[in-house]
Design a protein. Sequence first.
Length: 230
Amino acid sequence: MQAKEIKDKLKLLIEQSSGIDPNLTRRLRDVYRWIRNIKLGTLASKPIVIAFLLEVITDAKVWLAIQSLPSEEAKRLELEQMSPNERYWYGYLFPKWINATDTKFYIWKKKMMAGEFNQADSDIIKYIAQDIVNREGDIWQRYIADLSMATDLIVSHHQRKPLCIQVTSIGEQFHHEKYQKWQNALQLWEIERGLFLSYNPAESDFIRQLVNVALYNSDHLAEGKYLNFS
């Protein structure tokens, strides 16, 4: 989708959502105002911004399709057809983001547009995600989850119970502070369990170890637990 198409699609979704979900309309207007005056060539030169916008468009379309169904039972059945992580996103976290006050949204929009958004652990997260899929796990990634909800990956495995995970290689002196901020963020969004994975890139086979911990805890970590593993 080209930059102009993205702007046009956002305007169309704003119109379509106004009679279905006013809070989604408000969110989409926030996003559209952010890019409204950006020249098309400039917008097209910012791949992370484009990727974020495409995610928002996809999520808004899915959410509107669900909300347009004729009954609550039909909505429930539609969510039941999804994977556990999709269902958790569209049935819980995405509507929370639509309806809540996201205090980080203004900050990370500015950083993303300025090219200051840097996923330091992006390659490691990609390797973890691929290994989880290879081992018949399921993963879900969204910029909103990463930047507002301190969640790099949502993972589920045999028990089909989504688990929010953050991955970091932060130094020991900052570890506790970052863990505390992560836990506070999950509790703010009423995410009931989470896994904070720290790794040492100098260790051999650390990807496999992280994936083992992620898959095990996706099945077994109790609600109300925010596990710190390093």
